[in-house]
Design a binder for this molecule. Structure first.
Ligand code: FCB
Length: 443
C-alpha cells in the first residue's frame, strides 16, 4: 500500500500555547492567587506555587519548543504583574516580558500574545472588575502601556481569551474567583463590558501598530441534542449553541448587542478583528429540560472521554467549527486544542485526528493559518489544579523535572516534516492506519 503523507502549506504556523498564570508561578497580585488560598476551591486543594517556573526560566521550555520544531507560541501577559496597583506600572516585570519575547524571536518562534487570560489584578476586582464600566478605561490604559513597551516584539495579539467561558465560570458556575454567584445579572452585565474592552484594546493596538494582527480567542464546542431527541430539544440545543458559540462573534462582527443582553450598538466594535482564534476541545450534549445542569455528563456508547470527564473527544467537530467561522470571512488560527491525558494514551491519536481535520479544511481552501497545541508543558489547570495534564512535556511540579511524552515526540515529527505521515501513525497511533489515511473521517 502506498504510504500517504498529508502535507501542510509551507507558511502554516506550528505552535504551542500557554497562559501566564498557569505557567509563571508566584503571581501573588492576581485574584487567582488569593482565590487559591481558600479551602475547597481547587481540586484536592492544589496550589499553583511555582507553576511551570516560567517567570524564572521560560527559556528552558522555549528551548524545548525550538527542539520540537515549532515556529510559533501563544503566551499571555499577567496584568497584575505589569500594573500591580492602579496606574503603577512595574518596569522590571515589563523588562522580564521583553526578555521572554526576545528569547522566542531568537529561537525562531513567533509570539502571539494574549492580554487577558482569565486572571485579574486584585485591585481591579475591588473596583468591580468586568461588571463595572470603568474596566474599559483601565484595560485600554494597560493595553497602551504594553503596546509602547513591548509592541515591537509582538506581531499577533489576542485581546481576551474565551470571554464566554470566563463569564460562565466566574458568574454562573462560581468556579473562578471571586466565586460570587451573581448569576445571570452578573453574566449579562459583564459581556457588554468585555466587548467594549476588546474594541478599546483593538484600536489602541492598531493606532500605534497598524501592521499588527489582532483577534480574539473564542472557545467553541459542539453543543447538540442527543441523537434521537425531540424537535424541542434540538431547538433548545441550537439556542444554547448560538449563545455560547456565536453571540460574541456576531456582536464583534456587527457592533451590536443581541437579546438577552440588549439591543444597543457598541461604538467602534463592528469589524474590530483581523483574525479569529478558535479554541476547540470537545463535544457535549445539551440537556432539555436543563434541570440538573445545562450539559449532560452522560455519553453515547463508544464515546471517548478524557481525564476528569472533560468532554467527548470529537475530531470532526473541529472541522464543523471551522466551517461555522467561514461567514466571518477572516483568517482562522487554532489558538488552543488539546486533551487532559496524564498517561498520554489518547494524545497521539488526538493530535493526528485533529490535525487531519485541519488539513481537510485547508484542502477546501478554508483559511486556517496555524495551530497552537494546548499545551507545551503541564501547567496549573485553574480550578482543576494539577489533576489535569495537557502537556506535550510532562512536568513534576515538585522537582520541576521535565520528561518528553511520546506525543511530544510525535508533534516534533509533525512540525519538522510539516505533515502527517503513515510512518508517524505506525509508530505512535497504529489504530489510525485503517482510518485517517484511507479517506474516512474518524468519528
Ligand atoms: C481553555 C483555557 C486554557 C486551559 C485549557 C485547557 O479553556 O483557555 O487556559 O485551561 O482550556
Amino acid at each position: 500500500m502506498a504510504k500517504a503523507q498529508l502535507l501542510f502549506p509551507p507558511d502554516f504556523l506550528w505552535g504551542t500555547a500557554t497562559a501566564a498564570y498557569q505557567v509563571e508561578g508566584n503571581n501573588k497580585n492576581s485574584d487567582w492567587w488569593a482565590w487559591e488560598q481558600g479551602d475547597g476551591r481547587i481540586l484536592q486543594n492544589h496550589k499553583s506555587g511555582l507553576a511551570s517556573n516560567w517567570w524564572a526560566n521560560a527559556e528552558a521550555d522555549l528551548d524545548i519548543a525550538a527542539e520540537m520544531g515549532t515556529n510559533a507560541h501563544r503566551l499571555s501577559l499577567e496584568w497584575s504583574r505589569i500594573e500591580p496597583e492602579p496606574s503603577v506600572f512595574n518596569n522590571a516585570a515589563l523588562g522580564r516580558y521583553r526578555e521572554i519575547l526576545q528569547a522566542m524571536h531568537n529561537r525562531g518562534i513567533e509570539p502571539m500574545v494574549t492580554l487577558h487570560h482569565f486572571s485579574n489584578p486584585l485591585w481591579l476586582v475591588e473596583k468591580g472588575d468586568f461588571n463595572s464600566k470603568i474596566v474599559v478605561d483601565y484595560f485600554q490604559r494597560y493595553t497602551a502601556k504594553v503596546v509602547d513597551v513591548l509592541g515591537d516584539l509582538i506581531p499577533k495579539w489576542i485581546t481576551i481569551n474565551e470571554p464566554m467561558v470566563y463569564v460562565f465560570m466566574r458568574y454562573l458556575a462560581g468556579a473562578f474567583p471571586v466565586g460570587k454567584h451573581s448569576g445571570w445579572q452578573g453574566a449579562l452585565g459583564a459581556i457588554p463590558n468585555l466587548l467594549r474592552c476588546h474594541a478599546a484594546a483593538y484600536h489602541a493596538i492598531k493606532e500605534k501598530l497598524p501592521q499588527a494582527q489582532v483577534g480574539i480567542a473564542k472557545n467553541m464546542a459542539v453543543l447538540q441534542a442527543r441523537p434521537g431527541s425531540s424537535a424541542l430539544s434540538r431547538w433548545w440545543a441550537g439556542r444554547v449553541s448560538w449563545l455560547f458559540n456565536n453571540m460574541w462573534l456576531d456582536s464583534m462582527a456587527n457592533g451590536r448587542l443581541y437579546f438577552p443582553i440588549g439591543r444597543r450598538t457598541i461604538p467602534n466594535l463592528a469589524g474590530s478583528y483581523d483574525f479569529i482564534g478558535l479554541n476547540y476541545y470537545t463535544r457535549f450534549y445539551v440537556n432539555f429540560p436543563p434541570f440538573g445542569g445545562l450539559l449532560s455528563d452522560e455519553w453515547e456508547p463508544g464515546a471517548v472521554v478524557s481525564d476528569g470527564n472533560y468532554g467527548e473527544i470529537y475530531p470532526a467537530g473541529l472541522f464543523q467549527m471551522i466551517e461555522a467561522l467561514l461567514p466571518y470571512k477572516k483568517p482562522i488560527y487554532i489558538t488552543e486544542n488539546g486533551v487532559p491525558d496524564s498517561a498520554d494514551q489518547l494524545r497521539p491519536s488526538f493530535l493526528m485526528t485533529h490535525l487531519r481535520e485541519i488539513w481537510r479544511a485547508i484542502s477546501f481552501c478554508y483559511p486556517v493559518m496555524g495551530y497552537y497545541h494546548w499545551s507545551l508543558v503541564d501547567n496549573f489547570e485553574w480550578d482543576r489544579g494539577w489533576t489535569q495534564r495537557f502537556g506535550l512535556i510532562e512536568l513534576n511540579p515538585e522537582t520541576q523535572e521535565r520528561t518528553w511524552r511520546e506525543s511530544g515526540r510525535l508533534y516534533a515529527d509533525i512540525c519538522h516534516s510539516r505533515s502527517l505521515t503513515h510512518r508517524q501513525a505506525e509508530k505512535y497511533a497504529p489504530e489510525l492506519l485503517q482510518t485517517i489515511f484511507r479517506g474516512e473521517t474518524p468519528d
